[in-house]
Design a protein around this ligand. Structure first.
Ligand code: TMP
Length: 235
């Protein structure tokens, strides 16, 4: 059994949600507000955040015909391995240095996409990810929720209606994306104190203000103080 390493500093915030929910916009807005208020914060994403993670992102999401069929099981293992590296290389050292880490997607995306969407065993995914993350869990998960059909329609609008421009993951059918969304809602219901669930169809500014108020509470509760004007880091 893995004992979570004790952590007394920093704040680990993750953003989750179906494709097209607007969580990336919101996570970057939050980073901007944190830096403006003088906090030491970094933004990162999964898959991504390290060279290894970014290479995996390209492999997983690009529509490279030479990639062939990658099974959900393989997908889950690759994502978890890249996550372990992301944690060792960037997330844990940043938290240990007292920084606020804003991460666009984390373990809960594996539970929703590979578990809910692709129907892999969710308990097994939780165990693998507990090992990969060496017990690290977010202090707060912001769920930017949206009905799957609305999210995919938004993504299609962004690529001028060309379905070929969607990622491999986005091209999976509506049934898949409905299961992903349902799993996000289930995960949020399991730990309501650690999740902030929002309706991604609300105006951008309303969402950003709600997230900011909640993050301010977390900062206060953990006595995380501003350190002055910081350059920040976009992965
Ligand atoms: P996004 O971060 O731009 O939304 O794209 C990441 C895609 O990768 C998205 O379709 C969800 C998918 N994904 C998984 O399937 N499992 C995971 O564990 C993660 C982090 C992402």
């Amino acid at each position: 059994m893995i004992r979570p390493k004790k952590r007394q500093t920093g704040l680990f915030l993750t953003f989750e949600g179906p494709d097209g929910s607007g969580k990336t916009t919101q996570s970057q807005k939050l980073l901007g507000r944190l830096l403006e208020a003088g906090y030491d914060a970094v933004w990162t994403r999964e898959p991504g955040g390290t060279r290894l993670g970014e290479v995996l992102r390209e492999l997983m999401l690009d529509n490279d015909p030479e990639l062939g069929e990658v099974s959900p099981r393989v997908e889950a293992m690759l994502l978890s391995a890249a996550r372990a590296h992301h944690i060792d290389d960037l997330i844990r050292p940043s938290l240990d240095a007292g920084k606020i880490v804003v991460c666009d997607r984390f373990v809960d995306s594996t539970i929703a996409y590979q578990g809910g969407g692709s129907k892999l065993d969710i308990d097994a995914l939780r165990r693998i990810n507990h090992f990969a993350a060496s017990g690290l869990v977010p202090d707060l998960v912001v769920l930017v929720d949206i009905p799957a059909a609305d999210g995919i329609a938004r993504r299609l609008r962004l690529v001028a209606g060309d379905p070929e421009a969607l990622s491999r993951m986005e091209k999976r059918g509506l049934g898949f994306h409905n299961r992903v969304r349902r799993q996000f809602l289930n995960s949020a219901a399991r730990a309501p104190n650690r999740w902030l669930s929002l309706d991604g169809r609300e105006p951008e500014q309303t969402l950003s203000d709600t997230i900011w108020r909640r993050v301010e509470e977390e900062l206060q509760a953990r006595s995380v103080e501003p350190v002055g004007t910081q350059p920040g880091r976009l992965f």
